[in-house]
Design a protein around this ligand. Structure first.
Ligand SMILES: Nc1ncnc2c1ncn2[C@@H]1O[C@H](COP(=O)(O)OP(=O)(O)OP(=O)(O)O)[C@@H](O)[C@H]1O
Length: 399
């Protein structure tokens, strides 16, 4: 077990992945002391948020999460320390200019009640003096993106929306000028559990397509495990008790404070919070509708089937030797339609559920643009669990 005292440079408590060009956001020895307060709200925090990742700040009330967010977009100024956003010194930029590069989503969405959904979403483009047509097009595009059909929703007022819909509008508004960075401060905190799950799934789906650098604040360990590429578990003064991937935190909690956060039920949680992207995918033979049946038959080998990809490499069908019986010429539309593919961000639990419901022994995995990446089988899931157990045993033995 490494020394986890705050001074140990290699300790997980040091909190920072090494500073690299790939830092989306960097906080270096940042302290914020509010006037008249004895202890700093944020105390000498160093943290790197890699480009394109979701880093979750998880901590109890008063641990300085909101203060940290407001420091990043300069709603407040640090007492000392350095902050960079997308490679630029945040403290050297004009705050308005900085905020154009940062989308901000807060708990109650913070929509202006007297403005329509479209006006709310178009606020930043309007500030940037885009022309009306460009703003209207962008608003429609964003409403589509957050699953609110523009024809139904663009002219509504916030009071005519559900809490979940208001949050979706809040996300659309934060994305309006396509900022590389998003700060999300308990955006789903006020929602009922089902709506909350739904919005979490939507956020992961959006992130698959957009690849933003996101800092996400929550009190909820399950939300953190589900959304975070990495999680920073905070104690008072934003002290980082542990910074790691959900698996690292579940398998090797840094101290009793972190253990108390994650609670029990570790095995099921591993399935629930490990992502398909973290396990090696199985590659099976591939075919295209235009491929000759003989050539595909030769390719099937021991696997016994192939995945048929369309011209954009999206999986469309499974094809077996039986489907090719007596066929000459192109395979065309033969075979069985694939079930809904899963994504790298889906959990192993979701992969398992899809496998169980599917008629087929494997499920295709797709990435950005629905492009095929490989397949998941029961064996993939079993091996992943075995590997995780081994890692945990090794970590335990090293303790
Ligand atoms: N404007 C302020 N002036 C003085 N103290 C403040 C101010 N804002 C926050 N604080 C104090 O700083 C500490 C951190 O507050 P902060 O809001 O950042 O915590 P948090 O982790 O976001 O909490 P919560 O989860 O309850 O929102 C708290 O002790 C709080 O009382």
């Amino acid at each position: 077990m490494p020394d986890s005292s705050p001074d140990a440079p290699d300790s997980p408590a040091a909190g920072a992945a090494p500073a690299t060009d790939r830092a989306g956001i960097e906080l270096i020895n940042v302290t914020k002391r509010y006037p008249g307060q004895k202890t700093p709200a944020v105390d000498d925090v160093t943290l790197t948020v890699p480009v394109g990742e979701i880093v979750v700040l998880l901590g109890p009330s008063g641990s300085g999460k909101t203060t940290t967010m407001r420091l990043i977009n300069r709603l407040i100024e640090p007492t000392s320390g350095k902050i960079t956003v997308a490679g630029r010194d945040a403290l050297g930029l004009n705050p308005t200019e900085l905020r154009r590069h940062i989308g901000y989503v807060i708990q109650d969405a913070g929509l202006f009640p007297h403005m329509t959904v479209a006006t709310n979403v178009g606020l930043v483009p309007q500030m940037l003096k885009w022309d009306r047509k460009r703003i209207a097009d962008r608003v429609d595009e964003l409403l589509d993106l957050v699953d609110l059909p523009p024809d139904q929703y663009r002219d509504r007022y916030p009071r005519e929306l559900s809490g979940g819909q208001r949050q979706r509008v809040g996300v659309a508004r934060a994305l309006a000028a396509d900022p590389p960075v998003m700060l999300m401060d308990e955006p789903f905190g006020a929602l009922d559990p089902i709506t909350r799950e739904h919005l979490q799934d939507s956020l992961l789906h959006l992130q698959d397509e957009l690849g933003k650098t996101i800092v996400f604040v929550t009190h909820d360990i399950n939300e953190a495990l589900k959304l975070g590429d990495r999680i920073a578990i905070l104690d008072k003064g934003s002290r980082i008790a542990q910074f790691g991937t959900p698996q690292e935190i579940l398998l090797n909690p840094a101290d009793a404070y972190v253990e108390q956060f994650i609670g029990g039920g570790q095995a099921m949680r591993l399935l629930r919070f490990s992502r398909v992207a973290d396990v090696p995918l199985q590659q099976v033979p591939e075919a295209a509708p235009g491929d000759d049946a003989d050539a595909v038959r030769d390719r099937l080998g021991d696997t016994g089937f192939a995945v048929v990809l369309d011209e954009r490499r999206r999986p469309v069908r499974w094809i077996t030797a039986a489907n090719l019986d007596g066929v000459t010429g192109p395979v065309g539309e033969r075979g069985e339609d694939v079930a809904d593919p899963i994504r790298g961000r889906n959990t192993l639990q979701q992969a398992l559920e899809t496998l169980i419901q599917s008629d087929h022994e494997c499920v295709p995995v797709v990435g950005r643009g629905g492009v095929y990446q490989g397949t998941v089988t029961l064996a993939t899931v079993q091996n992943a669990i075995r590997e995780m157990r081994r890692t945990a045993e090794r970590a335990g033995a090293g303790a």
